[in-house]
Structures are given as C-alpha cells and as structure tokens.
Write a protein that binds this ligand. Structure first.
Ligand code: FES
Ligand SMILES: [Fe+2]
Length: 386
C-alpha cells in the first residue's frame, strides 16, 4: 500500500550560523564606558568603548581562567578582567598583567570586526574567521542624519531559527492573511530579485499600470499609487525596507531596518529600527512625534508573524502552489551564507528575477475580505485598517 500523505521533512538544525554582518542595536548603547555582555553566535561577547572612543568586541571569556570580561571594567583602551585583572585591548591582545613580569606570547583573544551604519552597530561573524570582504556592505539611508526622524528602536527575542524570518521575503500569500489580517490586500504586485549577496522584494498594494518599471529601485514617492515597499536583504541578517505609505492625505516615506542576531540556532534577537522622512514644515519635535506614530503602526504590523513562528514547525520541503512566491530560490540564495566561501556555487548567487502573478489571488482576496468584514461587523468587532 502506498502512503500518499505528504511528508514534512526537516534536517536536524546545524549549529553553524550565517556568515555576515549582524546587528547589535544602537551604537550609543555601548558608549557609556562600561563593558557590555552580548549573547551571540553560540558564545558570548564583550562590547565596550575604549577611552579613545573606539568600539571594540572581544570574546567575553578571558583566556586566563575563563571569567566574563563583561563583569570587569574599562581601563584606558582595554577591558580589565574582574578575576585577576588581565587587560585586553581592542585587537584582542593582552595589554598587561599587573602582577606578572611578562605577558605570555599566546595571550590573545578573538576580536570581532565592527562597523557603525546610521548610528547602529554591526558585528561580523564568519565561522571561517576571515575578515569581512569589502564588497559586502550595509547600505545605510541616504540623508539619514539630516532628513529623517530619530530611530524608533525595539529589541525582540524570538525563539526560532532565522530562516523563518527570511522566508517572509518571498512569501506573498501571508501578506493578506497575516499582515492584512484577512481584510487588507497588500500585494497587487509582487516581485523578487536575487543577485550576489542581495535579495530584493518589491511589493505594491494597488493594481495599476504605472509609468515606471515596478522592479526598479528608488521610485519617486510622487509616482506611487497606494503602498509600495522596496525591501532587500544585504547578506543574511540585514533587511532594509523603504516603505511608501499614504497616511492622512500625504505620502510618507519610511524605513525599517530589521536585523537579526542569532544567539544560537534556535533563538535570535531581532533589532527593529524605524524612521520616517521629516516634513520640512514641521519642527523636529513634531516630526519625531509623527514618526513615532508611524513606527508604532509599522512595528505592530511587522510583529504579526511572531505568533506563527512560535507555533509552526520547521520544514525543508514546503508544498507549494501556483500562487506562492519563490521560496526555493530564496532558500538557495540564503544557503550561500552557511557554506565556506570556497563552496558558494554560482546557483546561489546568480541573478534571477521572479515576478509572482498575483492577479487571480488579488480577486480572491477581495472576496475573502468582504466576507471577513461582514463577519467582523456582525460580531461588533472593528475592522483593522492595516
Ligand atoms: S580569568 Fe581573567 S584574569 Fe584570570
Ligand atoms: Fe511577515
């Protein structure tokens, strides 16, 4: 007898975590002259600002006898271990042992490369311990310092593997059911592009011909009909989304940075940073207030996936239908960050553009939406606007 029930498969999770830049939150958090403990990459780091103003990240556990340097103190340009006062510099070298005449030649710990983009700190993780390639950049926001409101920042610890989050980039159907709450149709146009270490998603909420190529990046806000988002992963763990959203009679231009930092293979910290382009006719205070309102709405929307992640299982062989986006292509692209550089295949990085035809689904979502609204109204529940 053949068993024709579809079998979900999932290989045991590897302990190997992605190669790439990972977010540690706003750089200002680490600038108070104290050493900070950061749980990440199946280990623990200490992050501190040296007296001369540089940010440093080292393995937290002291090579001498394993004490946590994050429990120590910053002394000059080094961190001093709380156990026997050995000092460790920004480059990981032991800079002094007050009670010893000589520093053992092997006294060196791991120093992690850091970079700050738009006031946010990122750390480079590579299981092969190679330095970050120069072409792997984290593009910031053009005009961030002058044209955008202050970041609205939040941190969320999420108990799942980051692949669940990354899958979202191509998961066209969940936008209606999860983010649109079965009421708001968000995807009249949906396209993805993979190339090198970058994976794009372009999404528009209204069907229209438009006088621009929808897969183009950087479409002017004035040209856009309805909502449009231009979103990309630059590497495995830094997602930058530009969201053009009509709100109270104006088109707002917003950015979300969604950047995860794995604690281990089953848990990650999700750093969410949101900002809105300032209106020149408003004061900075008014702009920050307006941005905070937008951020609250966008944050709520972005976190709607969390319940699904918490309650779903990991699946390597999703059973797809003709209305789905390119999940297998995305996962092949994502795979490049989990193999040695020498084993990255052309298939993982090749340019590929896929536009998912949403015309049929869009009609259906319209009918489902009407049914849902009727249900909500009958139950006296207000209809969610987003
Ligand atoms: S454990 Fe750090 S100085 Fe001894
Ligand atoms: Fe989502």
């Amino acid at each position: 007898m053949t068993d024709d029930v579809y079998q979900l498969t999932a290989a045991p999770l590897s302990k190997r975590l992605a190669r790439g830049w990972h977010c540690l939150g706003p750089a200002a958090r680490y600038a108070d002259g104290q050493p900070h403990k950061v749980e990440a990459f199946n280990t623990q780091l200490v992050v501190f600002r040296t007296e001369s103003g540089a940010l440093a990240a080292l393995n937290d556990f002291c090579p001498h006898m394993g004490a946590a340097l994050s429990e120590g103190r910053v002394r000059g340009d080094s961190v001093a271990c709380p156990f026997h006062d050995w000092r460790w510099g920004q480059d990981g070298r032991c800079t002094g042992i007050p009670y010893a005449k000589r520093i053992p030649p092997r006294a060196r710990t791991r120093s992690w490369p850091l970079k700050v983009v738009d006031r946010v700190l990122y750390v480079w993780h590579d299981p092969e311990r190679k330095p970050p390639p120069v072409e792997i950049t984290l593009p910031g926001i053009e005009g961030f310092e002058t044209d955008y409101a202050d970041w609205s920042y939040s941190l969320h610890r999420i108990a799942t593997n980051p692949r669940e989050l990354v899958d979202n980039l191509v998961d066209v159907a969940h936008f209606f059911y999860v983010h649109g709450q079965g009421v708001n149709r968000l995807c009249a146009f949906f396209g993805n592009r993979f190339e090198g270490h970058v994976a794009w998603q372009i999404l528009e909420s209204e069907p229209h011909e438009g006088n621009y190529d929808k897969m183009q990046i950087g479409v002017a806000a004035e040209q856009v009909v309805g909502r449009r988002t231009e979103t990309a992963y630059f590497g495995p763990a830094y997602l930058k989304s530009r969201l053009l959203i009509p709100f109270e009679d104006e088109m707002t231009e917003n950015y979300i940075i969604l950047a995860q930092q794995p604690i281990n293979e089953t848990e990650f910290d999700l750093h969410m940073l949101i900002t809105t382009r300032k209106r020149p006719d408003l004061t900075d205070e008014q702009n920050n207030l307006r941005a905070a309102q937008m951020a609250e709405m966008l944050r709520m929307g972005t976190l709607q996936d969390v319940h699904i992640w918490k309650t779903k299982t990991r699946i390597d062989n999703p059973l797809l239908c003709d209305g789905d986006g390119p999940i297998y292509q995305l996962r092949r692209w994502y795979e490049q960050f989990f193999v040695n550089i020498a084993d990255v295949t052309p298939q993982m990085t090749q340019r590929e553009e896929i536009i998912t035809d949403t015309r049929y689904a869009y009609e259906v979502w319209g009918r489902q939406s009407e049914e849902r609204i009727a249900e909500l109204e009958a139950a006296g529940i207000s209809v969610p606007i987003y």
